[in-house]
Design a protein around this ligand. Structure first.
Ligand code: MG
Length: 260
């Protein structure tokens, strides 16, 4: 059984085998959904498609029903930051940027990953800067995910990329431990605070997930659906997420693209 301390989870080698598989299936679904998303589809159609792809893995959605979430995956378009719900009345446009966030639960383990992509139209420079900065911040966070470092080292690496790119670093939502449950301790903020967080040790699995806004870091939740988080100024937002296993050496990106 995984050892749960007050503020961190260390997974056993047997659990890591199952977590690795769940994460890889999650990555495959992520890449298929991103490949198949085209202008003219509704976000509900994209969610249904994701549900079919998840079912085809033999697993189930780790998000559907989580805290009452009604979709198979989260689909957040443009100014939507996270937790967007597929809607039959939202038709995707070539100029949209789409963030998908999803997890496959299988054999008692689960994955969690997110990506942001455009739907074909050239992105305005400010949006391209936003998306590329968020992608780079994830890479920088992963590079800091080494045994002996602290959670704050990941946070600092992510935040620094955001600062240099002059984007808003979302503070209300953070990365997290992941693996057997979708959300496990510790929290992995995208900014430095007074909390150092736990020391990183082999066997920890972290979902590192920068969320950056083109403008203000401030966000608000939709009062009607209770889920969709949007930027307070209506400017676009981007989100990338990988699950990373802390090892004795290089971090292992469990949701790296791979064909099985
Ligand atoms: Mg996550």
């Amino acid at each position: 059984m995984m050892s749960v301390r007050r503020n961190t989870v260390i997974h056993t080698p047997e659990e890591i085998v199952r977590i690795r598989r769940a994460a890889q299936l999650t990555a495959n679904v992520r890449d298929e959904v991103a490949r198949l998303a085209v202008p003219g589809m509704t976000t509900k159609e994209l969610d249904d498609l994701a549900g079919s792809l998840i079912a085809a893995t033999g697993g189930e959605s780790a998000f559907l029903g989580y805290g009452g979430f009604p979709g198979n995956i989260c689909i957040s378009v443009n100014e939507e930051v996270v937790h967007g719900i597929g809607r039959p009345d939202r038709v995707l446009l070539p100029t949209d940027i789409v963030s998908i966030d999803l997890g496959v639960r299988i054999d008692g383990a689960c994955g969690d990953t997110a990506v942001t992509f455009g739907l074909g139209a050239p992105m305005p420079p400010a949006v391209q800067n936003l998306v590329e900065a968020t992608r780079r911040a994830l890479a920088a966070g992963i590079a800091a995910a080494r045994a002996g470092n602290y959670i704050r080292d990941i946070s600092a690496a992510v935040e620094e990329v955001g600062r240099r790119a002059h984007v808003g670093v979302v503070r209300d939502y953070v990365g997290h431990g992941c693996g057997i449950r979708l959300h496990e301790p510790p929290e992995v903020p995208n900014f430095v605070s007074s909390m150092k967080g736990p020391k990183l040790e082999p066997g920890m699995v972290l979902a590192i997930e920068p969320m950056f806004n083109q403008g203000s870091f401030k966000v608000k939740t939709d009062r009607i659906d209770g889920w969709t988080v949007r930027t307070s100024d209506g400017l676009p937002s981007a989100h990338f997420e990988h699950m990373v296993l802390i090892t004795e050496n290089e971090p292992e990106i469990l949701t790296w693209p791979k064909t099985m």
